[in-house]
Design a protein around this ligand. Structure first.
Ligand code: FE2
Ligand code: FE2
Length: 330
């Protein structure tokens, strides 16, 4: 009886202490201070960020696949070199992001295994196929363009390692966006067939790209706490609107038509798109998109084939550590 009372008192003390820490934590966030890996943070903050950063890392890595598909078929040597560099950049983004996620306490193996087991998500946009060279232009222009809209505000995210990784990532994404747009400009100034290829790619990617910003605000589950914790600074619908407003004039410059006959411009100059077909989004999200199975199979194969590299690196690191300990003992 006495022990039980003591335990209850201890739990109450701990709850009180945690409530104090949580209030302090929120005050730091409100003051725009950065949270660093060794700082106290609520378990839910750690969990939300681990989920978001690792999903982001998986998206960078899976995102290499649709574009990697065109490296051997790029139309010129210059285009091939630029695409190769872009795909390598995406790999680098994945690596910074895994490193940022690891600072929250999960190992890279755990994070990668969750993706390979289908438990962790990656962006649904990479479950669409790249059928022609114009898809490479469109991905750079629209997919990297949408990624920039999402990621610029993340440079001010409350979690230090994520915010810092985003600064470099955004610089590279903006280069990708320009590179993609330049492919589109070239195609649209080319032959009738090339322009038609560009239009066809825009038709196929437009709606999936709008879905990249996530479900409408009214139905989004994660937004409230993420906003309070300054992980997210704009809502899904706000970011989507910014993207549409920035992209419509770019399509007009190319002489391409946005595949949305119901789109209108309101008195404030905003371009209002028609209703998005969320049933398609849900299909792709639940694994039934055109390339979900291919993407997962490609990642699993790459992971298995890379096992010897991981083993060699681990054994090298162990031997090196052994040597250093021996040297220190001498
Ligand atoms: Fe990237
Ligand atoms: Fe990119």
């Amino acid at each position: 009886m006495y022990t039980q009372a003591l335990n209850t008192a201890e739990t109450a003390d701990r709850d009180l202490e945690d409530a104090g820490k949580a209030a302090q934590f929120q005050a730091r966030i409100d003051a725009e201070e950065r949270i660093e890996p060794n700082d106290w943070m609520p378990a839910a903050y750690r969990k939300t960020l681990t989920r978001q950063i690792s999903q982001h890392a998986h998206s960078e890595i899976v995102g290499m696949l649709p574009e990697g598909n065109w490296i051997t078929r790029a139309p010129t040597l210059r285009r091939k070199a630029a695409l190769l560099a872009k795909v390598q950049d995406e790999c680098g983004h994945g690596l910074y992001l895994y490193a940022a996620a690891e600072t929250l306490g999960s190992s890279r193996e755990e994070l990668v295994d969750a993706m390979l087991a289908g438990k962790a998500k990656y962006s649904s946009i990479f479950n669409y196929p790249t059928l022609t060279w114009a898809d490479i232009g469109t991905i750079g222009w629209l997919v990297d363009g949408a990624a920039i809209m999402n990621q610029i505000p993340l440079c001010r995210c409350s979690y230090g390692p994520y915010a810092r990784a985003m600064i470099r990532v955004c610089k590279e994404e903006s280069f990708h966006q320009r590179q993609g747009y330049e492919i589109m400009v070239t195609l649209c100034r080319g032959s009738e067939e090339q322009k038609a290829m560009a239009q066809d790619a825009l038709n196929r990617w437009w709606w999936p790209v709008l879905m990249m910003f996530g479900p409408p605000d009214a139905t989004s589950q994660h937004s409230d706490t993420s906003t309070k914790w300054k992980i997210k600074r704009f809502s899904n619908d706000e970011l989507r609107q910014k993207f549409v407003d920035a992209t419509v004039p770019q399509a007009q410059y190319l002489g391409l038509t946005i595949p949305d006959p119901g789109m209108t411009q309101d008195a404030d100059g905003h371009w209002r798109h028609s209703e998005i077909d969320w049933t398609e989004f849900k299909q792709v999200l639940t694994g039934n998109g055109p390339c979900n199975r291919d993407r997962m199979a490609a990642r699993r194969k790459a992971h298995e084939e890379g096992a010897w590299v991981r083993e060699a690196a681990a054994s090298y690191a162990a031997k090196r550590a052994q040597r250093q300990t021996a040297q220190a003992a001498e």
